[in-house]
Ligand binder design. Structure first.
Ligand code: HEC
Ligand code: HEC
Length: 849
């Protein structure tokens, strides 16, 4: 049935979509900027980060010895210290086939399949997985030409003169020639620049276009036909600002803007990596973020809560203790390598993730680059890294992960204080017993492991008289021992796999043992250097932040330093993030990097003005957004203009509003909304809660709960389960953020899988049919009325006369062919379904103009 529909649909598709696109003047002119997914594309920021963090260090350490410098002398005539060398390969030709690890000699070599690289000791499974992922990403490698121009020495005095480290100041608005045009300060800044560049702002967007743009931007959903009518017919003054206020007040606002934040903080509900363990309570943090945006929580407070909520004295009146604990999940939800057996290594890796996300999310600074050497581009000495690492080292992180374990250890999660709303006691009798049994099995296991280790040592030393005897009598013992261990491990798996719905647990952090830690030379655990006092970035140190109380971790001090008005980065980075979501590009294009490798601001004074106003308005994100969308710039049309285009093809100076493709969540949510199927209730928790505590997708399968996770759902996309490596297909197809990376700006790709998805995916077919039923069921509409309704629900406007004629013809034709093909089913419904699906496939649906 579905297949037949697809064949007919495909026949007519081209014409109808062609009509739909041609009918909209805004579609003329070049398409929006799109990054094609091709092998040799310029590496993306994510790609560069991945290379710098995961790949370069291994190359330097494990391979340079034999594969760098002079090609003639290098082993296998293969050098990998330059981009060209790595791509060219050696005696065997190319060693990397971008996007195809399985076809890459380099991957075979490090997996010891044929060649054995590096000779002697194989890389860890985790490092090998990193290389495979990197090749899959297209082997991004930023080292163009010779080595990048890295700095040898850090000069702090000079560094403080760098624009992003100076305090933002609000300069007076620039004067403009066209006095009548600007509505706000933002406009004066933008117009002044346009005039300087000899560019003319485009005309205003049509009202239907504007309300669609606004509603998607603020809530991630399309406006309803009634909302469109109300706006278009409201000619009283202040109509626009009333709509803006309505949207900002809607609970849908937090779902949209919370999702933006979740991208930045690498939110996910599992550890990822080779041993993917579930974070069954991560959703609490997701809900916390959404609620914070809805409540317009001041951004400075939002920062402190996520870094140090556990250290803020809870307000007894608003009973926010639970919320403050949950907020610190921010530090616990990063990807983790549960397979790492070395507890110290695992801890340092967790700290590295915490430093990275703290630095980039709040400050737009890549502090984590200073883990192994002084930062090569920004003024961050390696000691700064270890000053901050000391803070997190003095912190206890609760994510349920223990080194080398194959299951989640629930004792490594935090018990939430009782929610007054639910009268349940904290731990039921069964839960207590359950916990006791787990502890007992764990104790037995530890004993047996110790015995096994001892026996193993003796065996490895069979020459000693004692050893020989032990080894002889050992064989049987060892086998028994292994069996016993296996049995206990299975029992532990079983016990821990049991989930009791009443579990009142969360991820998060708590104060640990406060202490400074030593610098690690080249980031190596074994090469401990001098101890570094805890502190913040030297380049931005102020009098108040110079001192840390020895008796505390320093996390609260760190949080307050970031959230302080005197920090020049914090406000700038956030207003720039918000700007980028509304205007397509940030004023600083590299939204997660304000350092020397990032871009300079296109409108530095505007950026400063927004930052200053943001702080003055008590860090209110809603007010910030309000000021941006009520500007004249935001209301411009996205129409093409030859003259402007010639001078500024990238629209850097904003002579028009850029078109943007709906993101993955918007595409799914808007389909469900159009068909009337979207469930706007927030689901309780997440299906991940029902997973067992074992490795996801691995092991015995039974009772894993993955069926539950994959079940079709009608909730908003932000509530779908986000497991690392297993994000829902639809979201993945349309460039959802990789939940293992910090993503301030998503890629927008155009690939054939997207078109195929919209043609064949059962969810799309189902929603097309639901929409068709909805339209056909609506009383009192003639054929044209029905076409208009579908058009309005999906595209936000009525059809033109020629579009209607085209659709009538299409439906009639489809109905006839369907009937003649003697398919079972209702030809009328089939025809309308196909037409609705075509609407979902059209560019007019997938873009906001
Ligand atoms: C101790 C020296 C040494 C180290 C360290 C080393 N290699 Fe090699 N490598 C060699 C030698 C020798 C050859 C040539 C072997 C042959 O052709 O049988 C080679 C060949 C290769 C080749 C095949 C080149 C070609 O085109 O034939 C690849 C790929 C390779 N190495 C990758 C690596 C990587 C990746 C690392 C680091 C993870 C590494 N090697 C570390 C010695 C080394
Ligand atoms: C896990 C350790 C580690 C991390 C993290 C790391 N590097 Fe390096 N990096 C090295 C080592 C080792 C070298 C070689 C020795 C040196 O130059 O200090 C190196 C060298 C470099 C060089 C010199 C050029 C070259 O090819 O020799 C640059 C530039 C560089 N790193 C940039 C970065 C940036 C940017 C980041 C953060 C995104 C980063 N590194 C993070 C270990 C690391």
């Amino acid at each position: 049935m579905a297949r037949v529909r697809y064949t007919f649909g495909a026949l007519m598709l081209i014409t109808l979509v062609g009509v739909a696109i041609g009918a909209q003047p805004a579609m003329k002119g070049p398409l929006p900027k799109i990054t094609p997914r091709v092998a040799e594309a310029r590496p993306t920021k994510d790609g560069v980060d991945f290379f710098e963090n995961k790949i370069r260090p291994v190359l330097v350490h494990q391979c340079y010895k034999c594969h760098s410098g002079d090609v003639a002398k290098a082993k296998g005539h293969f050098v990998l210290d330059t981009h060209d060398g790595l791509r060219k390969g050696g005696d065997s030709g190319e060693v990397i086939s971008p996007r195809h690890p399985e076809k890459s000699l380099l991957i075979e070599a490090i997996k010891y399949q044929g060649l054995e690289m590096p000779p002697g000791e194989k890389l860890s499974d985790e490092l090998i997985a990193d290389f495979e992922k990197w090749v899959e990403m297209g082997a991004p490698d930023p080292r163009v030409g010779k080595a990048a121009k890295a700095k040898n020495k850090i000069d702090l005095a000079e560094a403080r003169r760098y624009w992003a480290f100076k305090h933002p100041v609000a300069s007076p608005s620039p004067s403009v020639q066209n006095q009548a045009w600007p509505l706000t300060d933002i406009d004066r800044h933008i117009l002044a620049r346009l005039e300087r560049e000899n560019l003319k702002p485009a005309g205003d967007a049509e009202l239907t276009t504007l309300i669609r743009r606004l509603t998607f931007d603020l809530t991630g959903l399309p406006p309803s036909p009634e909302e469109i009518d109300a706006f278009v017919n409201d000619s009283s003054p202040g109509g626009l600002s009333r709509v803006v206020d309505r949207l900002l007040d809607s609970p849908r606002f937090g779902e949209r803007w919370g999702r933006h934040w979740l991208d930045v903080v690498r939110y996910a509900e599992s550890t990822g990596k080779e041993r993917n363990l579930p974070y069954r309570y991560a959703w609490r943090y997701r809900d916390y973020v959404i609620d914070s945006f809805n409540a317009d929580k001041p951004y400075d407070k939002f920062i402190v809560e996520q870094l140090a909520g556990d250290l803020i004295r809870p307000n007894p009146k608003d009973r926010n203790h639970r919320e403050l604990m949950i907020a610190t999940s921010f530090l616990a939800i990063g990807p983790k390598s549960a397979a790492t057996k070395n507890g110290e290594q695992l801890q340092m890796d967790v700290i590295d993730d915490q430093i990275d996300v703290t630095g980039r999310a709040f400050l737009g600074i890549t502090i984590a680059c200073a883990r192994c050497h002084d930062h090569k581009f920004d003024p961050i000495p390696q000691t700064d890294y270890y000053a901050i690492a000391g803070i997190f080292h003095s912190t206890d992180t609760f994510s349920g992960i223990k080194p080398g374990r194959k299951t989640v250890a629930e004792e490594r999660l935090l018990q939430l204080p009782e929610d007054r709303k639910s009268a349940k006691p904290e731990l039921s009798k069964e839960e207590k017993e359950h916990r006791q049994e787990i502890a007992s099995v764990q104790g037995q296991l530890e004993n047996l492991h110790a015995i096994q280790k001892m026996a193993g040592k003796n065996k490895a030393n069979p020459n000693g008289a004692k050893g020989k005897k032990a080894a002889g009598g050992n064989k049987v013992d060892m086998r028994d021992l292994r069996e016993e261990i296996k049995k206990l491990e299975d029992r532990l798996d079983e016990l821990e796999g049991e989930s009791t719905a009443s579990k009142n647990l969360t991820m998060g952090v708590r104060e640990g043992v406060p202490s400074n830690i030593p610098l690690l030379v080249r980031g190596e655990l074994k090469e401990k250097g001098p101890e570094v006092p805890r502190g913040v970035l030297t380049v931005l140190k102020t009098a108040q932040t110079a001192h840390f109380d020895e008796r505390r971790s320093g996390r609260l001090e760190l949080a307050n330093w970031i959230a302080d008005k005197s920090n020049p980065l914090t406000a700038r980075v956030m207003v720039n993030r918000v700007w980028a979501h509304l205007f397509g590009e940030g004023l600083v294009d590299t939204v997660d990097n304000f350092g020397a490798l990032g871009d300079e601001p296109s409108h530095p004074e505007l950026l400063d003005l927004l930052a200053v106003q943001f702080m003055q308005q008590r860090w209110s994100v809603k007010k910030l957004i309000r000021s941006m969308v009520l500007s004249h710039v935001y209301q411009l049309s996205s129409d093409h203009d030859d003259e402007n285009y010639e001078k500024d093809p990238g629209d850097k100076f904003l002579w028009r509003m850029p078109r943007r493709r709906l993101d993955a969540e918007e595409i799914r949510d808007a389909m469900l909304m159009a068909s009337g199927q979207l469930d706007l209730e927030r689901p309780e928790g997440s299906p991940v809660m029902d997973l067992s505590n074992r490795i996801i997708g691995g092991g015995k399968g039974k009772g894993m709960g993955m069926e539950e996770i994959r079940k079709p759902s009608r909730v908003r996309s932000v509530y779908l389960p986000i497991l690392r490596g297993l994000v829902p297909e639809m979201l993945h197809t349309f460039d959802v953020a990789d939940p293992s990376l910090i993503v301030g700006k998503r890629d927008v790709t155009t690939v054939p899988t997207q078109a195929l998805f919209l043609m064949n995916n059962p969810v799309v077919l189902k929603q097309s049919e639901e929409l068709a039923k909805r339209v056909l069921k609506t009383d009192g509409l003639d054929q044209n009325g029905k076409i208009d309704l579908a058009w309005r629900l999906v595209l936000g406007r009525v059809a033109t006369e020629s579009e209607r004629a085209e659709v009538r013809y299409y439906i009639e034709d489809y109905r006839k062919s369907f009937a003649e093909s003697k398919q079972s089913g209702n030809p009328q419904l089939a025809a309308w379904t196909s037409f609705c699906q075509t609407l979902f496939q059209s560019g007019l649906f997938r873009y906001v103009y």
